[in-house]
Design a protein around this ligand. Structure first.
Ligand code: ADP
Length: 318
């Protein structure tokens, strides 16, 4: 093995830069040449690839976003498009690729691996929806961003005696809403895993209002319901003035939290170690205190473990 490449793909996440840095510096440590692929699978097909040196990744450990850029490129699901990518990789003599992204990115990596290109996947997404790791790179930073927003909303909600309905990202995974909701001391958390009983919610807010509580914070995972409609309904049925806030893309940005930098750095080093050992088609994860790797296919099909006990806790704190 002489030459490896690193790329970021799909939704960006804070800490991706720290992972890029770790791959570059570890690769150089082993005497490898390291290439950066810009703008995900799209850039790969377009040949947006250049050799990186250690100074290309100076100080990026603390920066949000991804210096390599990212892209959504659904065309990559077509074999004939991936063949263009394989040719680019072979023409440059690149022996293996580390891809950083979510499950879509893993599917692309798996497909490349089946076409004979060694790949390693690192979990980079704020959603924490990858079953082969307890935590994804970016999740802790996004959680803090959501908690900061909840704290601010609580200030104004209390001043005006209002209910706040807050939509949080996560695609189809409730972890961001759940963890941030707990840390923000919110009254109600609605996630795909908990399900949602509207009548129960309205009743609880009515009781809370009657008992003289000055505010209520309801956290909702995106793609579950329309938070504007829910806010209107809460206001009509409970008499509690209600506002909806969609946090949106601020959750993706910001300097990565220290834990995301550690996770990204250790996973980046682990990925290069796997390549040096001749492994391919693996997904790196953190399980408990250990870094682990799984077959990417297995990682994609593995059922996600839901942190059940934490839901009980939220119920008690209402
Ligand atoms: P994420 O990686 O954050 O889940 P996406 O779902 O958009 O984000 O996936 C990132 C990219 O991975 C897609 O834009 C596409 O280029 C590639 N990809 C997704 N699914 C597949 C697939 N089934 N086969 C090949 N490439 C895929």
């Amino acid at each position: 093995m002489k030459r490896i490449a690193v790329m970021t793909s799909g939704g960006d996440a804070p800490g991706m830069n720290a992972a890029i840095r770790a791959v570059v510096r570890s690769g150089l440590h082993y005497g490898l040449e390291v290439y950066g692929i810009f703008h995900g699978y799209k850039g790969l097909c377009e040949g947006k690839i250049r050799k990186l040196n250690r100074y290309d990744v100076t100080r990026i450990i603390s920066r949000g976003g991804t210096v390599l850029g990212s892209a959504r490129y659904p065309e990559f699901a077509k074999k004939e498009v991936r063949e263009i990518a394989v040719k680019q990789i072979r023409d440059l003599g690149i022996d293996a690729i580390v891809v950083i992204g979510g499950d879509g990115t893993y599917r692309g990596a798996q497909a490349l691996s089946e076409m004979g290109i060694p790949t390693i996947g690192l979990p980079g997404t704020i959603d924490n929806d990858i079953s082969s790791t307890d935590y994804t790179i970016g999740f802790f930073t996004a959680m803090q961003t959501v908690v900061d927003s909840i704290d601010k909303l609580r200030d104004t909600s209390m001043s005006h005696k209002r209910c706040s309905v807050v939509e949080v990202m996560g695609r189809h995974c409730g972890d961001l809403a759940l963890y941030a909701g707990i840390a923000g001391g919110s009254e109600f958390i609605i996630t795909p895993e908990t399900g949602f009983d509207k009548e129960q919610l309205i009743e609880a807010i009515t009781n809370s209002n009657k008992s003289g509580k000055r505010h209520a914070i309801v956290i909702v995972t995106e793609n579950m319901l329309n938070v504007l409609d829910l806010s209107k309904e809460i206001e009509e049925k409970t008499g509690f003035e209600t506002r909806a806030t969609v946090l949106g893309h601020v959750q993706r940005g910001g300097d990565p939290a220290a834990f995301d930098r550690v996770l990204a750095t250790e996973m980046g080093e682990y990925a290069v170690d796997l390549l040096v050992k001749g492994k391919s088609g693996r997904a790196v994860g953190l399980k408990g205190m250990e870094y682990v790797d799984y077959d990417i296919n297995f990682a994609l099909n593995k059922k996600r473990e839901i942190p059940n006990k934490r839901y009980g806790l939220v119920g008690r704190l209402k």
